[in-house]
Design a protein around this ligand. Sequence first.
Ligand code: GLN
Length: 185
Amino acid sequence: MRVGVLAIQGDYDKHIVACAVIGERAIEVRTATDLDQVDRLIIPGGESTTVGLLLQRFGLGDAIIERAQAGMPIWGTCMGMIIMAARVENHQQYSLGLLDITVRRNAFGAQVHSFEDEVAVTFLARPVTGVFIRAPIVVVHGPSVQPIALYGQQIVGVQCGKLVGTAFHPELTSDTQFHKWFLEL
Ligand code: GLN
């Protein structure tokens, strides 16, 4: 297995460390050639407007879409989930359209409203600490998409086959359950 982490902007290094903790050496993906070297991809937290522009400019967005259509597992955390969404409710911006979801950016407020709380994930034995930093929520999802994590009434995690999005950041905690699960997907 070769794990790639999209390394254009954001907290990609934290995902690389989390993979290392469970014994997987993840590589940084910045170009379509890098993407050819990996068989699964993590899209980290960061700034979705910036990353969207760069994905478009360097043609990497199309390459990711092609690999997703060919069955490659992809997991996006926070900004990553926004980038994977079909629709962004409150902004005009580029996204990959991989998950049939509408996301609302910054749904819990600004940076100062960042928080941590327990989140139950349907397939994990123990709840994870959900770190929410200017996090999105999923406001609409199509029938192909299953909610896998709720925070109160809000959908904060979704899955469609091998495509996964979480509004929170398991890579910012020492709990590697989510990474383990994704690497086995
Ligand atoms: N608010 C950011 C965005 O909309 C995402 C924040 C994050 O990834 N922690 O792009």
